[in-house]
Design a protein around this ligand. Structure first.
Ligand code: RIB
Ligand code: CA
Length: 314
């Protein structure tokens, strides 16, 4: 199996940290860019460096946007803690960023054999698009964790990554370029928690212990996770949809991002009407090249996540 080249744009974040391990284990991780989201930029960047240090992942980390395009910065401290990675005992940081210009790195590393995987707010991607409107077409493809078809987590209708920077998300979707959307309807099918943490602690490696601590904290940190007894593996699903597409099923649907609604700002408006006649076509900035993921082989995905935590990075 060839390991696809991946560029991960992320806001670690508990699930971003696990996504990093999956990207390094099953892909060829060409670089990591960080963005403000789950925590402020200095924390998401530090966390990306720490995870790469603990897991011994040889990858450059480039920090990016410390604030959204227009919105005030928002964070998910109630989910990830003030550090953005509460739970694991983290060592002193021994690594440094390769640059503070994630946008330049994105523009420089875009190539037809590199897959772009954003798992945080889309601010870096939108800023890079403003400098190169053809950016997304220069990557092999883009699979992003964000949005939802039915209901949100940041608000009743908006998912956090889109809601944190709706203007950026709107600009990315409005390109009309093909992209795959890994939304909450998909990620809520793949949940992990204490029982997987127990399996991981049997491996007794620094990486496995870190992921076990991540799962224990993350599965207890939100009402939804507590109720389900396990946390949704949002960001790892985005990476694994690229490395193991056979485990995911998607449907092509028009999608637009709401930026002005009093109650709906940050919502991905998915036109699921079928059959859709030409007169029914959703008008406005709908992107009708979006593959909306709707089913995952959850047990197999969870096994891959556990393997990424216990088997050393190649
Ligand atoms: O809504 C889930 C998304 O928001 C995930 O990417 C999580 O890390 C947070 O960024
Ligand atoms: Ca994230």
């Amino acid at each position: 199996m060839t390991r696809p080249k991946l560029l991960l744009d992320c806001d670690p974040g508990h699930d971003d940290a696990i996504a990093m391990l999956c990207a390094a284990r099953y892909g060829d991780l060409v670089g990591i860019t960080t963005v403000s989201g789950n925590a402020p930029l200095d924390r998401t960047t530090t966390n990306a460096l720490l995870v790469s240090q603990i897991a011994e992942i040889d990858v450059e980390v480039h920090s990016g946007s410390e604030r959204p395009l227009m919105a005030d910065p928002v964070h998910a401290h109630h989910v990830h803690g003030p550090s953005g990675l509460d739970g694991p005992e983290l060592p002193p940081l021994q690594r440094a960023v390769a640059s503070r210009d994630a946008v330049e790195f994105l523009l420089d590393r875009a190539a037809d054999d590199v897959w772009l995987v954003p798992t945080g707010p889309l601010t870096n991607i939108a800023l890079a698009l403003r400098r190169d409107p053809a950016l997304l077409t220069r990557f092999a493809g883009i699979t992003l964790m964000g949005g939802s078809v039915t209901g949100g987590n940041a608000t009743p209708v908006a998912e956090f990554n889109i809601w944190a920077d709706p203007e950026a998300a709107a600009e990315v979707f409005a390109t009309g370029n093909p992209l795959t959307m890994i939304g909450l309807d998909l990620t809520h099918q793949v949940r992990m928690g204490h029982q997987e943490a127990v399996r991981l602690r049997e491996a007794d490696t620094a990486t496995a212990r870190m992921v076990a601590d991540i799962l224990d904290f993350y599965a207890a940190s939100t009402p939804g996770a507590r109720a389900a007894g396990a946390a949704a593996m949002h960001d790892p699903c985005a990476v694994l949809q690229v490395t193991h597409p056979e485990l995911f099923e998607s449907i092509r649907l028009p999608v637009a991002v709401e930026t002005r609604g009093r109650y709906t700002r940050g919502m991905t408006v998915v036109d699921s009407r079928v059959p859709r006649s030409s007169s029914d076509r959703a008008d406005g900035p709908f992107n009708d090249q979006v593959q909306v993921a709707r089913h995952a082989e959850a047990a197999r995905v969870i096994d891959l996540i556990i393997e990424a935590a216990v088997v050393p990075i190649p």
